[in-house]
Design a binder for this molecule. Structure first.
Ligand code: TRP
Length: 329
């Protein structure tokens, strides 16, 4: 057995991953997969907490998200990718945590509140309100030390720490209190100037976008509305393209900013330059994606889930023992 510390993180399979996912969490996962024993959960049951009535895309979304991982540089030899619903012990552990988790605490979770509003949920279901408890089980069944996530997940990791600490106090110290690891760019702005890149806001560049798609999206991105002609002085601080130049083109951004303010570079040229930079990042991802067939993805998921399941089974032995519900051993 490896004595590396563990990482557990993952996503809901609800569509392709975009640059916001990459910078918030995926990049950290790729960089750390060698130093940690890494597990990546495809949280299909958590996806059903908001989409329970329409699940026809789930299987395809699971394939797509796995391809996004592999494209981004997740190495299936180093990182174990697995499917949540195929590890029923996660749901068992969720119930044990639910025994002592306060409904009021769940109601005050700011991410839950924001998502409920976004989906128009008035009367929250038990499953939706409780998904952070299930997420705590995702993490702790692997005894993960580190959880690379975007900043919207911070309240969930804080709750996980509390639930796990309480478990260790109540029963026996068998679980590990995890820490969140937030990306260097915790929240990427959308191309429309909205403060978050998001699929539902339709303002995202996906990891699998072609150069033409990237160019089209960046051409429509919101810039400085006061700038009508190319030689008008620009105001980079209000321009979404400038925000991206800062992130994706650090070597040239100072010059671009100066030229923009002086009216010496137009938005068309600036956008073309940015398209090139983002394409440089995504081109190797498209190449890696093309190496995988559907059968290869399926084999990776089955092997990963089997390995993850064995880890989960071992933790649950300890959990039941600690709770004194392991009667006939
Ligand atoms: N809630 C996460 C998201 O929406 C997905 C997720 C499920 C997760 N289980 C997890 C993230 C465990 C980190 C750890 O992106």
């Amino acid at each position: 057995m490896s004595n590396k510390k563990r990482i557990l993180t993952g996503d809901r399979p609800t569509g392709n991953l975009h640059l916001g996912h990459y910078l918030g969490s995926l990049k950290n996962r790729v960089e750390l997969q060698n130093d940690y024993e890494s597990y990546i959960i495809i949280a299909d049951v958590q996806a059903l907490t908001t989409h329970w009535e329409k699940d026809e895309n789930l299987k395809n979304d699971i394939y797509q998200i796995t391809l996004d991982y592999l494209a981004a540089g997740i190495d299936p030899e180093q990182s174990t990718i697995f499917i949540q619903s195929m590890i029923p012990e996660i749901h068992e552990l969720t119930m044990y945590f639910a025994l002592y988790t306060s409904v009021n605490v769940l109601r005050h979770n700011p991410t839950i509140k924001a998502e409920a509003e976004q989906h128009g949920f008035k009367d929250l279901t038990y499953g939706f309100l409780g998904y952070p408890v299930s997420q705590t089980a995702d993490i702790s069944i692997f005894k993960a030390h580190l959880v690379p996530v975007g900043e919207d997940q911070i309240p969930h990791i804080e709750l996980a720490r509390k639930i796990i600490r309480r478990f260790n106090d109540l029963y026996a110290p068998v679980l590990v209190e995890p820490e969140a690891l937030i990306g260097e760019v915790p929240r990427l702005v959308g191309l429309d100037g909205n403060n978050k890149m998001s699929k539902s806001l339709n303002n995202a560049i996906y990891l699998k976008d072609s150069k033409d798609e990237i160019a089209k999206k960046i051409n429509n991105a919101v810039t400085d509305p006061a700038r009508i002609r190319k030689d008008d002085p620009g105001h980079p601080e209000v321009c979404s393209v400038y925000q991206y130049q800062k992130i994706f083109n650090p070597a040239e951004v100072a010059q671009i900013e100066a030229d923009c303010r002086a009216g010496q570079i137009g938005c068309v040229a600036c956008k073309k330059n940015l398209t090139g930079k983002i394409d440089e990042l995504l081109e190797p991802m498209r190449e890696r994606r093309a190496n995988y067939t559907e059968d290869m993805v399926k084999d990776i998921l089955l092997a990963g889930t089997k390995k993850a399941h064995n880890v989960a089974l071992a933790t649950m032995e300890e959990v039941r023992e600690a709770m004194k519900i392991s009667y006939f051993k």
